[in-house]
Design a protein around this ligand. Structure first.
Ligand code: NAG
Ligand code: NAG
Ligand code: NAG
Ligand code: NAG
Ligand code: NAG
Ligand code: NAG
Length: 835
């Protein structure tokens, strides 16, 4: 493949802090007020004397949301409904690209339920939306070239789909900054498997924003953006989160002539980035950081704008990296020092046009180190990504043929758009809550630091040898993949598994088959063998080894080795004798665990998770915590399994790629539905469910139970609120639990299940609280008094009488409900759910 490079030259634009558009129309539809302030901007009602001038022919009426509260976003409390094709017309003084933002915030009123509307929207004859409907608040953003002195936005009810009205809540139409899109030529066109030059003018294209991402940074609201845009964090698009680490600076970027301006992207975008997560820049740097951005799978054309600002280098000309888009080398040996005129921390952007792989459903962007010899350190960065769909792209007609470009028909494709929608919903939710707490928060301090007179338990006894807790990493022997030389010989694995004998299979799934094996040094292992000969997912396999080999923790199931020989891809993990925690709680013949064992297991798992979130591996979110992913070794030491695994991507072939979210029913963070993003607090939520599972010995979801009992989290919280939690505890625990320990344990679980991530504790806090519960249970001496005082317990009796579980509950814990999937000891190693 020809890796030609088309550097984009940027023209000179003026830099001013507050951008003032020449044309600036902000309309609150259906409202008669003359000014409504949102994000410091003044919207005018289209029923007011001043605003009604924009409303042209057609039949329409204004509606007010009967349920709007003073807290609702003011422009969303009214809407205009059109019963025939109708339009707004704006006089344009400044020809050129304009931003058009359409807000749809549906509500039910006596005559119309706006959620049921289906309609089309066009701007100066360009169809922006067809057969569009909104059942939640949606903001659609477009860039439209206006080449005459008016901009007419037409709303047409889609009679064909049985809708007799269209609606809109608010409209923004304003001039984009000069030279926002530049037609200097030389923009690379990335098609499946090849790169060429995009021969058309980008500014002629009507564009719809699909993703706008602040890589390595926080959610940015319209308050924080020069053009009142929203930027969302990139975390959830990362294919392998642990391959990247956040870089940030507190110094404002050095804007320069010829580079990006503040209007192209705000300071905040350029002040954060993701960079390669390598140790000291010297080892294990042979991998890419990769993001998958969902887009419609129709093979549409997209403008992809990548933002860069070298905030990681200490000297010029030390950072060289490659950019890949859909696995094509889109830009080789990028040298930001040269592009941004020999100045560090100077913003720059590069545009690409991407003809998407039909059916893949994502645009895949990777950055990885360059092979150049003079690259001092191997690293790669990215600060921001925007992906915009070419709404009315027409392929240039081939010479001679007079067929004209075929118009690509564009429906209201949801795909990646929903991320934008959710970002907006999240923004509004935050604003409504008043303070606009940005989220996810940077690592909050753990409670440990604030505690008085309380030292956390380092050793938590039990029958097992738990004294030495090895955290962090072990001295290195450098290998191609990192700190450990983990390469295993295929012959040894054949020997270990009796040549992959069927009788040793402990599980199977999309990746392949898992065998129990014994290595030459009698170490028991779980051998996960990919389908032989299939080289699919090879880069992911490599990255996974690089990442997992760095992670060593007593409470994480570790990678023992890998094998890459004779077209084999094999991962070898330590073997966990006692299998999933779940099998020891219900649904099997295993003898019930004691309360103390259960506490130890919860503490161990919390420790493992805490390390994933904050340890040297940094910021790994597990995303699928459940009792089948917590494994027990022969001493009942808990280890968290199934982290760091990657999803497969769109490059390998054109088959469908699921970018669906990981996570299991019953354990999934409810906030995920609002933010469409899993955070470390999502793990905390799932862990809260596990805590109740441990206490009550029943599945997180049991569809055979009464409706109010189906979901464990809801059910347990309900009983806890009523103050009768002890009635639903596993009867096997009767007489074992001290009330103070129970109280602490249940309070901890309750906090984990808080509706909003910000209100949930960190894993560090959870760990601390569980250790506290453990100490209350084992009651070693005077500490008990102290703790009672700290907890505000009355502490009236010396010896606590243990909690007795009413007998009528007996039996509910025994039979394990309806889930049949627990038979595979290593089911956790073979999940195939779209990663
Ligand atoms: C609305 O705002 C008031 C104070 O302005 C607050 O007390 C109330 O809880 C808010 N309601 C909602 C639903 O956020
Ligand atoms: C909204 O519409 C989408 C698709 O049109 C549908 O999948 C979703 O369930 C609807 N949501 C609600 C709350 O009705
Ligand atoms: C692109 O724009 C330039 C001026 O900006 C113009 O000269 C050229 O003809 C345009 N090309 C196309 C294909 O429209
Ligand atoms: C975004 O703007 C709000 C309101 O002006 C401000 O409180 C907040 O700190 C800003 N966030 C960032 C990341 O700059
Ligand atoms: C990385 O650097 C730190 C200090 O800068 C040093 O303590 C550590 O040993 C280095 N690790 C490796 C693997 O070189
Ligand atoms: C990075 O990704 C590209 C495109 O998929 C691939 O060709 C290249 O080998 C990858 N580099 C590494 C180091 O994995």
């Amino acid at each position: 493949m020809a890796a030609r490079v088309f550097p984009l030259l940027l023209l000179l634009t003026t830099t001013s802090y507050a951008f003032t558009p020449h044309d600036n129309f902000l309309i609150s539809c259906g409202s008669d007020s003359t000014t409504e302030v949102v994000y410091n901007r003044h919207f005018v009602g289209d029923s007011s004397h001043k605003g009604s001038a924009y409303l042209s022919e057609g039949t329409s009426s204004s509606l007010t949301n009967p349920n709007s509260s003073p807290n609702s976003t003011v422009i969303y409390s009214t809407a205009r409904v059109f019963t025939s094709a109708s339009s707004y017309t704006f006089d344009i003084k400044n020809l050129g690209t304009h931003l058009v933002r359409l807000h749809f915030s549906p509500f039910a009123s006596p005559n119309y339920d706006l959620r049921n509307g289906k309609f089309g929207v066009s701007a100066n004859g360009i169809s922006l939306l067809t057969s569009f409907g909104a059942n939640v608040t949606v903001v659609k953003e477009f860039f439209v070239l206006v080449d005459r002195d008016e901009l007419e936005i037409v709303f047409t009810p889609d009679v064909d789909s049985g809708s007799n009205f269209a609606f809109v809540s608010a409209i923004e139409a304003f001039s984009a900054p000069r030279d926002f899109f530049i037609d200097s030529g030389g923009i690379a066109l990335i098609s499946p498997g090849e790169i060429s030059e995009f021969k058309q003018n980008v500014s002629n294209q009507a564009l719809e924003t699909v993703h706008r991402v602040n890589v390595g940074g926080l959610l940015l609201t319209p308050f924080n953006d020069t053009l009142w845009r929203s930027w969302i964090p990139d975390e959830d698009f990362l294919v392998i989160k642990s391959a990247a680490k956040v870089a940030r600076t507190s110094d404002p970027p050095n804007y320069q002539q010829g580079g990006a301006t503040r209007e192209v992207a705000p300071d905040n975008v350029y002040m954060t980035a993701q960079q390669m997560n390598v140790y000291n820049g010297s080892l294990a740097n042979h991998f890419n950081i990769t993001w998958d951005f969902p887009v419609s799978s129709e093979g549409a054309m997209h403008l992809v704008r990548l933002h860069f600002c070298d905030i990681v280098s200490v000297a010029l000309n030390t950072l060289y990296f490659n950019i890949y888009i859909n696995c094509v080398t889109a830009y080789k040996d990028v040298d930001l020092s040269v592009l941004s005129l020999h100045r560090l921390a100077s913003p720059y952007y590069i545009d690409f046009v991407v003809k998407n792989v039909r059916g893949s459903g994502v645009v895949r962007i990777s950055v990885g180190p360059s092979d150049l010899n003079n690259a001092m350190k191997k690293d790669a960065i990215l600060n921001g990504v925007e992906i915009m769909r070419m709404v009315n792209y027409a392929a240039p007609s081939p010479p001679g043929s007079k067929k004209d470009g075929k118009w690509i028909v564009l429906g209201c494709v949801v795909g990646g758009v929903f991320v934008l929608i959710l970002a907006v919903v999240a923004v509004l939710a935050i604003l409504r809550c008043g303070k606009g707490k940005p989220e996810p928060k940077p690592k909050p301090k753990t409670r440990r630091a604030e505690s008085t007179g309380w030292t956390s338990l380092r050793v938590f006894g039990g029958g097992s040898s738990l004294a030495a807790i090895s955290q962090g990493t072990v001295p290195a022997s450098a290998s191609p993949y990192g700190l450990y030389d983990l390469k295993l010989l295929f012959a040894d694995l054949q020997l270990a598994t009796d040549n992959f004998d069927k009788s040793l299979v402990v599980g199977s799934g999309g990746f392949g088959t898992v065998y129990k094996g014994v290595l030459k040094d009698s170490v028991k292992v779980a051998v996960k063998r990919g389908v032989p000969g299939s080289r699919q997912g090879l880069p992911e396999f490599h990255t996974e080894i690089t990442v997992l080999s760095k992670i060593r923790h007593r409470h994480l199931v570790s990678l023992v080795g890998y094998c890459e020989e004779q077209s084999e891809m094999i991962l070898v993990y330590e073997y966990m004798e006692k299998g999933p925690l779940r099998n020891h709680l219900y649904g099997s013949d295993s003898p019930p665990l004691s309360w103390k064992q259960r506490l130890e297991i919860c503490i161990g798992a919390a420790r493992g998770l805490h390390y994933l979130h904050t340890g040297s591996a940094q910021g790994i979110i597990h995303r699928d915590i459940k009792s089948t992913n917590i494994l027990l070794d022969e001493n009942c030491v808990a280890k968290v399994a199934d982290f760091g695994l990657s999803k497969s991507g769109p490059c390998l072939d054109e088959t469908h790629v699921s970018t669906g979210v990981k996570g299991s029913f019953g354990y999934l963070d409810p906030e995920y539905f609002r933010r469409q993003q899993l955070t470390d607090k999502s793990d905390v939520y799932s862990f809260g469910v596990v805590l109740f599972e441990v206490l009550c010995a029943r599945p997180a979801v049991d569809p055979l139970l009464n409706r109010e009992q189906v979901n464990l989290a809801e059910w347990a919280m309900e009983w806890h609120k009523k103050g009768v939690i002890n009635e639903i505890i596993d009867p096997h625990l009767s007489g074992q639990i001290k009330p103070s320990a129970l109280k602490k344990f249940v309070e901890t679980a309750e906090k984990c299940l808080a509706e909003y991530g910000v209100d949930r504790p960190t894993m560090g806090d959870v760990l601390w609280n569980l250790e506290h519960a453990y100490q209350l249970q084992t009651n070693d001496g005077p500490r008990e008094e102290e703790q009672r005082a700290m907890d505000g317990d009355s502490g009236d009796g010396e010896a606590e009488a243990p909690v007795v579980v009413p007998s009528r509950r007996a039996g509910a814990g025994g039979d394990g409900g309806s889930d049949m999937s627990t038979s595979h000891v290593f089911s956790q190693l073979v999940t195939n759910d779209g990663r």
